[in-house]
Structures are given as structure tokens and as C-alpha cells.
Design a protein around this ligand. Structure first.
Ligand code: ARG
Length: 270
């Protein structure tokens, strides 16, 4: 190749390169994306939350009518992660799930066990707590297992999983199942001798017996009682709220916040 030809070729190459570059520059640069609105948050929603606040330590009411407890702390912390706020409203257990349908409440946070039956009429968040039923009886009682309740009067909170468990032992229509509006009312009746036992969630029974030594009650466990899992309930089909709550629960489980709340109420996890 002679030098002239080399020159021509290299000039050609250079001009092609320039053309290429020029072309590139001519192409309109894609409009710069606005920076993700990191500090311009989407409007934070406040959800109305219904709780039957007679279920310490999960939900109870302070003297100045504030709903407090484990369920409150967990849902509030979940909201901080997932970007929602919560307003707790003390709501009677009876009819509490109807408030989802009517839109009076967005969430029911009430130590609600996720059951297949309930799943037909409402949706749930991720489970956030494992529970089971326990039997509370007077210290002198001979009851030592679930089966011993067969010929006894047993107090339950109407429509709870405790009610269901006792129906299985005594029979659905047994007149010996004494139903109460709230668990504290059932326990009061136990102290008065009107019922022989109360069946309710472990956390609540343990909490009551520990804080009321004068009631002279003891706890009876039965290995036959199934594990239960609490979830926050929403209106059937309200996946937006259910997903947000679940997202928040996952986040507080991942970063240790959940464990701190758990330890505050139940001591460190085994
Ligand atoms: N976990 C039981 C259930 O879902 C009892 C819940 C009762 N909760 C309450 N806040 N009273 O049936």
C-alpha cells in the first residue's frame, strides 16, 4: 500500500468516525428522567383499625381511652416501613368483621386467628404471631386435659377459636358452653364460680393468671390444641391494604424491630 492510499484510507476512516459521532450527537438525548421522588412521598394513608381492646396484652384500653398492646405496636411499626398510618378504634368483637365490609374499618387488628372459614369472607396479612388455646381453671380444679371439660361448664368469648375448640369437645349445641361478649367477662364468671373453666388464647390466659394471683387460677395445656396464627384482617379483595401490611410485617421481621416488640411483651424468644 503506498503512502497516498494509506492517507486517503485513514482520512476516510476518520471522517466515518466523525460521521458516526455526529449521528450520535444528532440523536436527541432521551429526556432526563426526573430523579425518583425520594423525598416527595406519596400521600401517606391513615387506616382505621378496629380492635376489641379487652384482650391484653394484644389490645387493651388505657384510662384515657387509647388502644395499646402488641397488635398496636406491630401494626404501627409495619406502617412506618410500608408507608401507612393507623388510627385504632376500640370495636366490640361481636360484629367486628362486618366493619370491614361496611368500610367503617380498613383493618381488624384483634389477635385474629387466620382460619379457612374466615378466609372465605375476609383477607389476611402475613401471619404475625403464633398462638394456641389454653384452659384456665381454679387452682383446686381436677381438670388436667381438654377431655376433662366434657362434663363441665366452659366459658368462651363468642365466635372465637376458643369457642370452636370447646364446641369440638362438648358438642356444637351443648348448653354447657357459656358464651361471653369478651374474654374478661368469661374469666370473671370463672372467678365467680359460674363456669368451671375458660378456654382462650395462650397469651391472654397467661397474662391474666400472672397479673391476678388473687384470682387463684391455674393454666392447663393440651397438646391436642392446634397451632394458630394471627393475621391482620381486611375486607375480602382489599389486596392493596393486605399487601402493604404484609410488606411492613416482613420488613420489621427482617430488621429486628419485630423481635424487639415481641421481647417487650413476651420476653426474648426461645
Ligand atoms: N384468636 C382468637 C380468634 O381469632 C381470639 C381473638 C379474640 N380477640 C379479641 N381481641 N377479643 O378467634
Amino acid at each position: 500500500m503506498n503512502s497516498t492510499r494509506r492517507l486517503v484510507l485513514s482520512a476516510l476512516a476518520t471522517s466515518m468516525l466523525l460521521v458516526a459521532c455526529g449521528k450520535k450527537e444528532e440523536a436527541p438525548a432521551p429526556a432526563a428522567q426526573p430523579a425518583p421522588a425520594a423525598n416527595a412521598p406519596a400521600a401517606v394513608k391513615t387506616y382505621k383499625v378496629g380492635s376489641d381492646a379487652s384482650y391484653a396484652p394484644f389490645e387493651s384500653e388505657t384510662a384515657d381511652k387509647k388502644v395499646v398492646g402488641f397488635d398496636v405496636d406491630v401494626l404501627t411499626a409495619a406502617g412506618e416501613k410500608a408507608g401507612f398510618k393507623v388510627e385504632f378504634i376500640n370495636t366490640p368483637w361481636e360484629g367486628i368483621f362486618n366493619t370491614l365490609g361496611t368500610g367503617d374499618r380498613d383493618i381488624v387488628a384483634s389477635a385474629v386467628t387466620i382460619t379457612d372459614e374466615r378466609k372465605q369472607t375476609m383477607d389476611f396479612s402475613e401471619p404475625y404471631f403464633e398462638a394456641k388455646q389454653l384452659i384456665a381453671v381454679p387452682e383446686a380444679s381436677k381438670v388436667s386435659k381438654a377431655d376433662d371439660l366434657k362434663d363441665k361448664k366452659v366459658g368462651v368469648q363468642t365466635g372465637t377459636t376458643g369457642d370452636e375448640v370447646v364446641q369440638k369437645i362438648l358438642g356444637k349445641t351443648s348448653p354447657n358452653i357459656k358464651r361471653f361478649e369478651s374474654t374478661p367477662l368469661a374469666i370473671k364468671e370463672l372467678q365467680n364460680g359460674g363456669v368451671d373453666a375458660v378456654v382462650a388464647d395462650n397469651g391472654v390466659v397467661i397474662n391474666f393468671v400472672a397479673n391476678n394471683p388473687d384470682a387463684k387460677l391455674k393454666i392447663v395445656e393440651d397438646a391436642g390444641f392446634a397451632k394458630e396464627y394471627y393475621g391482620y384482617a381486611v375486607k375480602k379483595g382489599n389486596t392493596e391494604v393486605a399487601n402493604k401490611v404484609s410488606e411492613g410485617i416482613k420488613a420489621i421481621k427482617a430488621d429486628g424491630t419485630y423481635d424487639k416488640i415481641f421481647a417487650k411483651y413476651f420476653g426474648a424468644k426461645k
